[in-house]
Ligand binder design. Structure first.
Ligand code: T5A
Length: 214
């Protein structure tokens, strides 16, 4: 456990990308400059190719099955862990991840309803290799999620999903947040300033805790 692998989770539009940026700036302000950020799916040449397929689907005559989607997501994640996250952590860098394994459990497990045996096998494999030290789950309603993303020029497959789909994803996220260790659930319907202030407080606590363990 490095204490340096933090991931951000939540529905589309929850504010993950914004928070990853703010955490990085905050760590820099605290004198921590070696910070790598990741965004899933993606982050290596192979994972970025898969990101396009995962987000926009296959051609009309070859639509992507939900099991294939799951396998692609995990392929992308394994590439990212092996070629980016692990090497960064082993050099002593902090890694701030925009999505990680809880996303697959919430979207593919909760949203798509894929075969849970397969999902758990993949998830257990990934989390046994690397489990985040700290996870911020930004909780918003499906309605707020859709209202924050609806004006985008191009919506991906997930962003076009129904309220019911997002409700299933959220309820799975909330269940996971209550069961898993090191998950901090934050009401992300609050202003960005309030959400950031809560996260900075946790980071202060986390930094003190990490330094004591050195
Ligand atoms: N996926 C991914 C799976 O199904 N399974 C998986 O295992 C993985 C890893 C990725 C898609 O892939 C799926 C889920 C996703 O749909 P993506 O484009 O990377 O696609 O999508 P997201 O990761 O969801 O990124 P988004 O950009 O859609 O959402 P963010 O990053 O949560 O939100 P952000 O920071 O871009 O903010 C969105 C807008 O809201 C505002 C921001 O300013 C911005 O305009 N905002 C706030 N406004 C008011 N108050 C706040 N507190 C705000 N926070 C943000």
């Amino acid at each position: 456990m490095s204490n340096k692998f933090i991931t951000i989770e939540g529905l589309d539009g929850a504010g993950k990308t914004t928070v990853v940026y703010r955490i990085t700036k905050y760590l820099n302000k605290c004198g921590i400059v070696n910070v790598v950020t990741t965004r899933e799916p993606g982050g290596t040449p192979v994972a970025d190719l898969l990101r396009v397929l995962i987000k926009y689907g296959g051609p009309i005559n070859d639509p992507i099955d939900s099991i294939s989607e799951l396998l692609m997501i995990y392929t992308a994640r394994f590439q990212l862990i092996k070629n980016v996250i692990k090497p960064a952590l082993s050099k002593g860098y902090w890694v701030i991840g925009d999505r990680y394994d809880l996303s697959s459990q919430a979207y593919q497990g909760g949203g798509r309803g894929v075969d849970m045996l397969l999902l758990h096998a993949l998830s257990n494999k990934v989390t046994s290799i690397l489990y985040p030290d700290l996870i911020f789950y930004l909780d918003i309603s499906p309605e707020l999620s859709i209202s924050r993303i609806k004006n985008r020029i191009m919506l991906d497959c997930f962003e076009q999903e129904s309220l019911i789909f997002f409700a299933r994803v959220r309820s799975c996220y909330k269940k996971l947040a209550s069961e898993k260790k090191n998950v901090i659930m934050i009401d992300a319907s609050q202003s960005l300033e309030k959400v950031s202030a809560i996260i900075y407080r946790y980071l202060d606590w986390w930094l003190i805790r990490s330094r004591r363990k050195l």
